[in-house]
Ligand binder design. Structure first.
Ligand SMILES: NC(=O)c1ccc[n+]([C@@H]2O[C@H](COP(=O)([O-])OP(=O)(O)OC[C@H]3O[C@@H](n4cnc5c(N)ncnc54)[C@H](O)[C@@H]3O)[C@@H](O)[C@H]2O)c1
Length: 246
């Protein structure tokens, strides 16, 4: 089968919904064999859409689960070519920083930073075995700009930005390229919990006056995962319909 990821093996986390599902489907369409991981059973629906996608239940905040994911990839692929390190949660919105519950701060970090870090470690171990590969983390424009009321998420995504630079720099000489997509506001279920006030603000900030689509983020992830981005390392690409341009 041809395609921009022909013959490649891939792991996509958070593949049961939204951006992760779109990335898993796009990678599969482009010829990759995809291990689609998610804490939710909905990952089976993703896998039902392509013979090239195998679902696996995995909570990225649980070290044993991440170890099992790594073992499954090693068994199946003998290593790894592509990791889309995408699973994440939105966290609270509309809560001033000085009142932000520390439990919510911890949870946002447990999944979005610590979980992403453990998955990144596994992906890099697998890629060292197979002699190189590409990682695409999912950061956010929130990792670059403040969003009042969302400090847990914003600070966690800032961590993903630096995780991308750190790993990109550290593994460039091993043939492993680490980059990130940094979406603005994309129409996915993650937005279900945010306040009407914040939603209005997000939409009004966009010069296009529309939210992004998961498939648009998947196109950027595909570029960063493929050999077409061969000289791009440790970078976070904003994809936000122009929101941060102004
Ligand atoms: N939608 C947006 O506006 C937006 C903007 C910027 C960044 N992002 C980021 O994109 C990524 C995907 O978000 P989305 O918008 O597609 O949301 P989504 O809620 O549609 O999908 C997230 C998926 O991650 C899974 N998940 C959550 N916790 C997990 C865990 N502990 N282990 C494994 N899987 C877990 C969920 O079950 C879900 O299937 C997240 O990292 C999010 O922070 C989203």
């Amino acid at each position: 089968m041809g395609g921009r990821l022909a013959g490649k093996s891939a792991i996509v986390t958070g593949a049961g919904s939204g951006i992760g599902r779109a990335i898993a489907l796009r990678f599969a369409t482009e010829g990759a064999e995809v291990l689609a991981a998610d804490i939710s059973d909905s990952v089976r629906e993703t896998a039902a859409q392509s013979n090239a996608i195998t679902p696996i239940l995995c909570d990225v905040s649980d070290q044993e689960h991440v170890q099992r994911l790594e073992e499954e990839a090693r068994k199946r692929f003998g290593g790894l070519d592509v990791l889309a390190n995408n699973a994440g949660i939105g966290g609270l919105s509309g809560v001033p920083l000085h009142e932000y519950p520390i439990e919510a701060f911890d949870r946002a970090h447990a999944v979005n930073v610590r979980g992403a870090f453990m998955v990144l470690q596994s992906g890099i171990r697998l890629m060292l075995d197979s002699g190189g590969g590409t990682v695409v983390n999912t950061a956010s424009t929130a990792g670059f700009r403040a969003t009042p009321g969302s400090s847990g998420y914003v600070i966690a995504k800032g961590g993903v930005v630096m995780m991308t630079r750190q790993a990109g720099y550290e593994y460039a000489d091993k043939g492993i390229r680490v980059n990130a997509v940094a979406p603005g506001t994309i129409q996915t279920p993650i937005l279900d919990g945010i306040s009407d006030e914040l939603m209005e603000e997000l939409q009004s900030r966009s010069p296009e006056k529309r939210l992004g689509r998961p498939e648009e983020v998947a196109s950027l992830a595909l570029f960063l995962a493929s050999d077409e981005s061969s000289h791009i390392i440790g970078q976070c690409y904003l994809i936000d319909g122009g929101r941060t341009a102004g």
